[in-house]
Design a binder for this molecule. Structure first.
Ligand SMILES: C[S@@+](CC[C@H](N)C(=O)[O-])C[C@H]1O[C@@H](n2cnc3c(N)ncnc32)[C@H](O)[C@@H]1O
Length: 280
């Protein structure tokens, strides 16, 4: 029997198929916009490329062995290999790993596991999380890195975090920023770089809002109208069977899922961290 696929994993697979169709892009991260970059659905592929280019500027050139946790389709790892780093990838998704293996040389291992379950005797100069820190329980990510870093090794995180705001907020995703800072400091990590790119990432959510409100919602309403008119019994039965999934779909039809809310509720950071000197 095939293994059950979790909702978030399926979401990534779905995103990959759509992004690949629209932009020939296999990157699974948000876009990055400068003040003069045009924000529209056609420019999203270029914005994802800018994200990768900007991220690569923060990868220490002297990091020989890199572990890319949550490597997605291996897009970032591929650039790192081309720059001469020795990279190992890690992700629990067989679907995404198959894509990663297509673009990476056979000498680049792709470990099919979660970070929580990953075991190895190897040690790394750099452990990176590119939009994957949010998937790993906070009590595991930073402690887990301590046992895998070489002396002098570093951790690079490029991801979204939740700010401490009342209520849930219209946009999901991200670990609590205040809890992350508490953990980071309690474990004795030094923060070597901290770049706030929230405003560069936020326009992604104006596109998300546009897609949700002006494409997905009308398509869904149309399908429901046609279904109810032409196959009333079947439509009613399907709506009942999938009622939980449909409730989740509703969150995409929220006009407040936009850049303004992203800036209000989230912070998107690039942080380069050094563990305490005692790390073996
Ligand atoms: C949003 S994608 C980011 C992909 C890639 N880093 C990029 O920038 O294109 C998140 C990645 O984290 C992986 N992931 C999810 N849960 C994980 C876990 N517990 N441990 C390690 N990776 C995980 C997913 O399979 C996926 O590869």
């Amino acid at each position: 029997m095939p293994t059950k696929i979790k909702g978030r994993e399926y979401g990534l697979e779905f995103a990959l198929i759509v992004l690949n169709f629209l932009y020939k892009s296999k990157a699974l991260h948000y876009g990055y916009w400068g003040p003069s970059d045009e924000v529209n659905i056609l420019s999203f592929g270029a914005a994802q490329q800018r994200y990768t280019d900007n991220l690569l500027k923060h990868v220490p050139v002297d990091a020989v062995n890199i572990l890319d946790i949550g490597c997605g389709t291996g897009i970032v790892a591929k650039h790192l290999v081309e720059r001469g780093h020795h990279v190992e990838c890690l992700s629990p998704s067989p679907f995404l790993n198959a894509e990663a293996r297509k673009v990476l040389p056979p000498s680049t291992p792709v470990h099919e596991t979660t970070f929580e379950e990953f075991r190895t005797d190897r040690r790394y100069d750099l452990i990176m999380f590119v939009e994957s820190f949010q998937y790993i329980p906070l009590n595991h990510s930073l402690t887990g890195c301590l046992r895998l870093l070489k002396p002098g090794g570093r951790v690079l995180i490029c991801d979204v975090f939740k700010l401490d705001m009342p209520g849930k907020g219209p946009i999901g995703g991200g670990r609590s920023y205040s809890e992350f800072i508490r953990q980071r400091d309690a474990l004795g990590y030094a923060c070597l770089q901290d770049v706030d790119i929230t405003r560069n990432i936020a326009p992604t959510f104006d596109l998300v809002q546009d897609l949700g409100m002006n494409l997905m919602k009308p398509l869904w309403e149309n399908a429901r109208r046609v279904g109810k008119a032409n196959h009333p019994f079947l439509a009613k039965t399907l709506l009942w069977i999938f009622r939980k999934e449909l409730l989740k779909l509703n969150k995409h039809f929220n006009p407040d899922r936009n850049a303004k809310s992203f800036i209000e509720y989230k912070t998107y950071r690039i942080q380069l961290l050094a563990p305490p000197p005692s790390t073996k």
